[in-house]
Write a protein that binds this ligand. Structure first.
Ligand code: PHE
Length: 455
């Protein structure tokens, strides 16, 4: 019998099994479709190096700051977002609920795209890419995503994989799989990057990533870069509060808050340096948008020596990246139901997995049979969901978190938690406090208002 059991507590909270396990799981949450699918095409569309520069600026002001803020609140309260806010200030619990809702919405369309990735692995394995004309890939992709039933089958498959992992809990599910999937991802990524960068003509793509074209920048671009930082780092909706809540009191939060964003950014850059050089080497258009990964890249692989093998490796790595993120999205929702409604984890994963699957169906159909339905600003259902989550809910959640820590819970409490009561050295502590109290909330508010209403 465990003599330490606190009788006041319903059950003992699970914890990460090891430091590296937590790091890989948190980095796994951050590294996902946002890095490999979205970052390269956003850079391609928004002036290459110029977008990368703005992204870095946002990363420094908002990324590190909020990563630390979320981990701090999570570890301090040992609760998922709603309970965490409530414990510190009851009136703020609704801010946590926005996060849970955002997790629900994001996973619904994330899983649709994750399904496409599985479909492309199947295509690769069955040799469907071999000998196909480069120009045919657009038709192949469009035919697939606009068809009513097939994408839903893959969407279901992706969701089954996701909830299968979350079923196992923190140590036996999320951590266990992150420890396998993340190292595999790094190895495969490096391999494909080297292949891409050694193609004749690839250096044009590298130059494009490094040389800023500022004429492609507008207020909308800046909001897009901010949204991208939130999305890519899994911030502003409580993922890192949730992951932080499974941390032990002697974990070094300062270190983790730098490591996770650095890994995430490295992977985004590697993805950019994989996709764009290949695109340039074969004379495709870098501003191809969301289709870059599913149209341009298969076309590139079809023309490359040993391309079909690289195509399979590449889409498998994208799947691994997507899964370590989707499990964190589901975990936000599941931990809420487990903590707040006292449900069993398995039941919560299953029921909410199914609900989120259902919620994703319109996003998928909106590309085909329901394409006449336009929601936000003429966007289809999937794009509207993604805009709502990334450009509205996440920045808003981030803004409220800054205000909460800076002005409600108070910096002194935050300093105490982040340094483990003064035991961990944190030279930039007051800079962090200043940024969270003044700089980040003002920056987020200005970019948000400007980007949503004036561009
Ligand atoms: N960060 C993930 C990605 O880049 C997506 C994500 C967003 C995951 C929010 C969790 C929470 O793909």
């Amino acid at each position: 019998m465990n003599l330490n059991t606190n009788l006041n507590e319903k059950k003992e909270r699970e914890q990460w099994g090891s430091k590296i396990g937590f790091l890989l799981a948190a980095a796994g949450s951050a590294v996902g479709l946002g890095n490999i699918w979205k970052f390269p095409y956003m850079a391609g569309k928004n002036g290459g190096g110029a977008f990368v520069l703005i992204y870095f600026a946002m990363l420094i002001i908002v990324g590190f700051t909020l990563m630390m803020a979320e981990l701090t609140i999570g570890r301090h309260t040992q609760l998922s977002p709603v309970g965490a806010y409530r414990k510190l200030k009851a009136k703020w619990a609704w801010v946590g609920s926005i996060g849970v809702l955002a997790g629900f919405i994001i996973l619904s369309f994330y899983s649709v795209i994750g399904g496409w990735v599985i479909k492309y692995i199947v295509k690769g394995i069955t040799g469907a890419f071999a000998g196909v004309e480069a120009t045919a890939f657009e038709g192949i992709f469009v035919n697939f995503i606009t068809s009513p039933a097939e994408p839903l089958i893959y969407h279901a498959l992706f969701m089954i994989l996701t909830l299968g992992i979350v079923f196992g809990g923190i140590k036996g599910g999320i951590e266990k799989y992150s420890k396998i999937l993340m190292p595999a991802l790094f190895i495969m990524m490096t391999l494909v990057m080297v292949r891409s960068m050694t193609l004749p003509g690839a250096m044009e793509g590298v130059k494009f990533m490094l040389k800023p074209d500022f004429s492609a920048i507008s207020g909308g671009t800046i909001l897009a870069a901010l949204g991208q930082v939130f999305f890519s780092l899994s911030l502003g909706m409580g993922t890192m509060i949730t992951y932080g809540s499974y941390l032990s009191k002697d974990e070094n939060l300062v270190e983790s808050s730098f490591q996770i964003p650095l890994i995430d950014t490295a992977v985004a850059l590697i993805a950019g340096l994989t996709v764009l050089p290949a695109v340039f080497a074969f004379g495709f258009d870098p501003s191809g948008g969301p289709g870059l990964l599913f149209i341009t890249l298969p076309a590139v692989f079809s023309q490359m020596p040993l391309g079909s093998i690289f195509a399979i490796i590449f889409f498998v790595l994208v799947l691994f990246a997507a899964l370590t993120s989707s499990i964190s999205l589901l975990e936000v929702v599941v931990s809420y139901v487990v903590d707040e409604m006292n449900w069993e984890r398995k039941k919560a994963s299953l029921i909410f997995g199914i609900l989120i699957f259902l919620m994703g169906i319109p996003s998928s159909l909106g590309l085909g049979v329901w394409s006449n339905i336009k929601l936000i600003g003429g966007k289809d259902i999937l794009d509207s969901m993604s805009f709502l989550a990334e450009n509205v809910m996440m920045p808003l959640g981030g803004l409220l978190l800054c205000i909460f820590i800076g002005w409600v819970w108070g910096l002194d409490n935050a300093y105490k938690e982040v340094t483990n009561d003064g035991k961990v050295k944190f030279g930039l502590m007051h800079v962090w406090g200043f940024v969270i109290k003044y700089v980040a909330p003002i920056a987020i508010a200005v970019i948000f208002v400007q980007g949503v209403f004036f561009s």
